[in-house]
Design a protein around this ligand. Structure first.
Ligand SMILES: Cc1cc2nc3c(=O)[nH]c(=O)nc-3n(C[C@H](O)[C@H](O)[C@H](O)COP(=O)(O)OP(=O)(O)OC[C@H]3O[C@@H](n4cnc5c(N)ncnc54)[C@H](O)[C@@H]3O)c2cc1C
Length: 288
């Protein structure tokens, strides 16, 4: 049984921030994660963010700003995001079910900080920065520094996530997004890999971005592998070599666990596949 002491639904951002400043209310967006906490009797005072006008998508030069209340369904069906942030578009289209995508928001996905949050590895690929607001002002934090661990973030007291700023993908960038789960529908990720690749005119790798969910303690880019690949001629051997190093890094950072004999070969195969898929999109002309 769910019981709530107070439920507020302000229509102005300043009012919401003032209420949050009191330190008693928990913000609610789509409620798809929060409802599980409510069943356990926490939190007791809810501040609904739905009417604050945070469901915007703004195109501004080489960046796109996404309001925290934009749903996964709205992101997945937005043509600008499909063109300029294709990995995010794909990740959002794979969240949960149609019902979850219609309610669940990108902001809730980030702040909940589940290790299997689907949008986080995709957003890391686009150097996402988070705009956090409180009654005391505004600050901007790179997403890479926001998630501190499973279900832990650097969101301060009284703060809400206002919006997410993403750098658009370079033109002619191949990409891939692989979500490994136990089933096809309503599939919670066991591992997520997001990649993008840009080739120089000489056939060598000009730039590459790789991020991973449920591989390291927090979703993260893998800069060591990115640096290793730049300037090299792409091949299956090179990608497999890179994937082997990534697997060694995973074991070093996350420790040897009961799941390691499964996860190590899976990471090697999936990362090899993810890089190959990104490159083949370039060859096929399916680029951002
Ligand atoms: C059946 C089911 C399937 C699911 N499948 C997936 C899946 O495949 N992939 C996936 O990634 N997730 C999945 N989820 C999890 C969930 O749907 C997503 O994480 C969703 O994006 C959460 O967004 P929300 O708007 O519902 O957040 P809420 O539940 O409203 O909030 C989640 C948390 O974030 C805080 N919060 C929300 N918005 C803000 C804000 N703007 N500022 C500050 N704090 C905020 C809340 O206080 C709460 O602690 C699934 C959930 C269910 C129930």
């Amino acid at each position: 049984m769910i019981s709530v002491l107070e439920y507020l639904r302000p229509e102005k951002l300043d009012d919401a921030l003032h209420i949050m400043g009191g330190g008693e209310h928990t913000p609610a967006a789509g409620g798809t994660d929060l409802v599980l906490q409510l069943r356990d009797g926490r939190p007791r005072k809810i501040l609904d963010l739905e009417r604050l006008g945070l469901d915007f998508i703004r195109n501004a030069g080489d960046i796109i700003e996404i309001g925290s209340l934009v749903t996964h369904a709205a992101i997945a069906s937005n043509p600008l995001i499909a063109k300029s942030l294709p990995v995010l578009s794909r990740a959002s289209s794979l969240v949960g079910s149609l019902q979850i995508r219609n309610r669940g928001t990108v902001g809730g996905n980030i702040v909940n900080a589940s290790p299997c949050a689907d949008t986080v590895p995709a957003l890391l690929l686009y150097d996402a920065e988070l705009v956090l607001k409180s009654s005391g002002g505004t600050r901007t934090v790179p997403l890479s520094q926001f998630v501190l661990g499973p279900y832990r973030t650097s969101l301060g007291p009284g703060e809400i996530l206002h919006s997410i700023i993403c750098r658009k993908a370079e033109v002619s960038t191949g990409w891939s997004y692989i979500k490994l789960g136990r089933r096809q529908a309503v599939n919670i990720s066991r591992m997520t890999l997001a990649t993008s690749i840009f080739m120089n005119g000489d056939g060598k790798i000009g730039s590459v971005r790789i991020s991973a969910g449920s591989v390291f303690p927090t979703p993260s880019r893998i800069p060591r592998i990115e640096r290793m690949l730049v300037g090299r001629t792409p091949s299956q051997e090179l990608y497999r070599q890179a994937a082997n190093i990534a697997a060694d890094m995973m074991i070093k950072e996350s420790g040897h666990r009961w799941s390691t004999p499964y996860k190590k070969p899976v990471l090697i195969n999936l990362l090899t596949r993810a890089l190959t898929e990104a490159q083949s999109k370039l060859i096929a002309g399916m680029v951002s």
